[in-house]
Write a new protein. Structure first.
Length: 103
């Protein structure tokens, strides 16, 4: 199982619940069904959410550090850089949280 295509894992799948993409080997479908497939998808989603959560934390920390440095050094360039950060992982985490809440 891989989050990107790699040698041997070229078949793209998506988890049923959160629609997380992952890649598997050709014979995956014949080997994994029912509860085994459910457990694999659960693991894929847990890994994905954990990764997004960690990356969001890093984005927030980077933004906080930039804003602090901009304030200390009175640097508008740093402030603008912080304000323009896209925070993609934090947006994705919000989307996932809304899904969990049924939103």
């Amino acid at each position: 199982l891989y989050s990107r295509p790699s040698t041997g894992q070229t078949i793209k799948r998506q988890t049923e619940n959160l629609h997380v993409d992952y890649y598997v080997a050709r014979d995956f479908k014949s080997e994994f069904r029912g509860s085994a497939l459910h457990q694999i998808e659960k693991n894929v989603e847990e890994d994905y959410v954990s990764n997004v959560r960690n990356n969001c934390w890093k984005e927030r920390q980077t933004k906080t550090d930039l804003l602090y440095a901009a304030k200390v050094y009175r640097d508008d360039r740093m402030r603008k850089k912080a304000e323009l950060m896209t925070m993609d992982n934090c947006r994705e985490l919000d989307r996932l949280n809304n899904l969990f809440r049924g939103g």
